[in-house]
Design a binder for this molecule. Structure first.
Ligand SMILES: Nc1nc2c(ncn2[C@@H]2O[C@H](COP(=O)(O)OP(=O)(O)OP(=O)(O)O)[C@@H](O)[C@H]2O)c(=O)[nH]1
Ligand SMILES: C=C(OP(=O)(O)O)C(=O)O
Length: 210
């Protein structure tokens, strides 16, 4: 089964505010872009992924991620993350209504295509399913079968909200790279231990050199 992924990315200048003690205002946008590039590049090489749409209004990120092969969907209706995901889901579904759909965070710089395949294969057994983040409180992936609404409830404590919404929690082991989102300096260290993609490795090297 092949999935359509929707990856949300807010404007780089506002992204990753919780990393401000790790990367200053000059370097943080580049780090956020590198996370998104490594996430999108890994997703596009995943055998279970048919296409990737990034929902963003950021011009630079849109250009760079389109160059990797992602489709760019405008960030509408300017109502925050879940509204943007619902909008993007309806846009991609008009093009491929028969595809299962999953929302994936843009901050998974250690993402491994084989682990993403395992998560998507597990999600395919349910009408809606989600993967909790490494911290155990949030969500990194929310999946909906063809014909099912995504009903995204991302944000603080989204694991509880996705569970309450009826989505089935995916409890697979050995999918750390799909769960390791990077919000804090500790998260970044954990991702580096797993092994990050080349753009994040370069951005972190620039951070250390600054
Ligand atoms: N398109 C879009 N993406 C969003 C929006 N808000 C958040 N995101 C994305 O959703 C994911 C989780 O977002 P957050 O944790 O709120 O933001 P963040 O930039 O990752 O980190 P913080 O600034 O530290 O909260 C990230 O991939 C964000 O780029 C939005 O309004 N529109
Ligand atoms: C939006 C979420 O991610 P983050 O941990 O980046 O806030 C979430 O977990 O629902």
């Amino acid at each position: 089964m092949q999935w359509t992924l929707v990856i949300p990315l807010k404007a780089l200048a506002r992204a990753k505010s919780r990393l401000s003690d790790t990367a200053d205002d000059g370097l943080r946008p580049g780090l956020a872009l590198a996370f998104a590039q490594d996430t999108v590049a890994a997703a596009l090489t995943c055998a279970a992924v048919r296409d990737v749409a990034v929902v963003t209004d950021d011009v630079l990120a849109g250009r760079e991620l389109a160059a990797l092969g992602a489709r760019i969907v405008p960030d509408e209706p300017a109502g925050g993350l879940n509204a943007a995901l619902t909008h993007a889901a309806s846009v991609v579904r008009t093009r491929s209504p028969e595809s299962p759909l999953a929302a994936l965070n843009a901050d998974l710089p250690a993402l491994r295509p084989l682990e993403l395949t395992r998560v998507l294969d597990a999600a395919a057994a349910f009408p809606r399913a989600f993967l909790p983040d490494a911290a155990g409180t949030g969500t990194t992936l929310l999946a909906a079968a063809a014909g099912r609404e995504l009903l995204p409830a991302f944000g603080t404590d989204s694991r509880i909200r996705h569970r309450a919404s009826g989505a089935v929690e995916i409890t697979l082991g050995a999918v750390d790279s799909v769960r390791q989102d990077v919000d804090t300096g500790d998260d970044l260290r954990a991702a580096l231990t797993l092994g990050v993609g080349p753009r994040t490795a370069a951005a972190v090297a620039a951070l250390k050199a600054a």
